[in-house]
Structure formats: structure tokens, C-alpha cells
Ligand binder design. Sequence first.
Ligand SMILES: [Zn+2]
Length: 259
Amino acid sequence: MADLWECAYCGLTDAPRTREHLFPTALHRRLQECNKVGHVFWLRRLDKDVKGEPTLKDVCSRCNNGYLSDLDAYICREFDSQFSTIRQRFEKVLFSYDFHLLKRWLLKMAYNSARIHSAPDTFALKAVLPYIRGENDHLGRSVRLFLQLAYPAPIPPAERARLGGEEVPEIWEPRLNRVGITEVTVEGIGRKIIRHVALQSYTFMLAYSNPADGASANKEFAAEFLKRAPAAVEVKASQSEVATVCDGINSWDQFRQSR
Ligand SMILES: [Zn+2]
């Protein structure tokens, strides 16, 4: 009997299935390469994390080897030119991007993570599948994109002792790639799910908006969100670069919160 299944991206059942980890292998390899020196301890922990991560087996080879692999290739190039650099606190950073390639890749990561964890935003991500596939740029407008930079921070001495003492670096640098989810409550707008995708110093945040709320509510939300995170910037479709200062998140706090 034929193995009946549906590709999570295109819904087709006749192309072979593929199998992969949440973070593309080529990106994971880059992360390991740029963190080779002086981070042996953390690399070991990181490897453990990745090996323990469930694999995705519901994507067909046409999607995976087609547009999804183009998105991965884009992000690998960006990793080499931008994300591989650990930013220092108060450093001025000009982030340049191709808006749709970036946002489609981030949404792909969010969607993959959401399926692994049966997360509450799975439905919102399914709604933008044609955007992720590159078929409908207009549809992507329901998701706003923000960027915030994490800065290296000292690990509190007690924590450092608990983790292994001398072996643990004194300063924690944002050297992880990860995907997470949080909720924020904005007065007058209500609760919103925010997706985070961190690539070392760079944390991207995706905010879903309800098309029924209208443009003004979404604008209001963006303004309110930026008020709470003053070092965050909105990444806009109308531009190809955005200036920001690395003062968004203490990377040790960020790491602790993600555990
Ligand atoms: Zn497919």
C-alpha cells in the first residue's frame, strides 16, 4: 500500500519525503565553524541540543530542493556576510537585507518549529504558506518583522560555578541559532504571539496581525511594540537596509529565558 501523506508546504503526496533537522545543515556547519575557537565547551552543549532535536519528515523533495533550498542558500550568504559577526554592546550596525527572502526564510523556520512543537501559531503560519512558497508577496503583509540585537554579557559568578567554573567563559556571547515563541499583551489590542528567530547577535521577531483588525490597529501595535523594546527596529519591505544599535537584549538573559 502506498504511504499516504501530505507535504506540509504544498499538500502534494506523490513526491518523495525528505528528512531534516530544524536548522539547515549548511547553516549549522557555519555556526560551528565560526565558533571553533575558544568555545569548545559550548559547542559540545550545542551539539547535544541539535542531536536531540526531532527531525521533520513531512516535506516533499520538490519543496525542499526547490524554493526552500533557495531560501536556505540566501540565509547562508547572509550568515557569512553579517550574522557570523558577534556584535558588541552599543555598536552601530547597518543591517542589509532582501526583505522577502529574509521574511520567507524566517517564516519557514517558525513553521517548522511550530509543527515540531504543535505550537499555537501553526494556523497563522499555514495561512501564509503561499507567501513562504514565493507565490504571493501581498499575503506576507499580515506579518510584521522586527530586529533586535543581543549583546555579550557577563555570566553571574554563581551561575558560572554551577555550570562548570573555569571551563565556562566569563562573558556569554550570543552564539546560538534558535527559534522560540513568546506572547505579549498590548493595551487596547490584546494578546499577540511573537515568533523569535535568533541567528547569533541578530534576533528577528515576527508579529502576526489579524487582517480583520485593519491597518491602523497593526500600526498601533508596531508603535506599542517598539515602545517596549526601544532598541528594536522594524524591518520594512520598502527598504533594503536598517540602522540599529546593539543594545536590545542581554544575551545571557536571553539564553536563560530560552531554556
Ligand atoms: Zn511539497
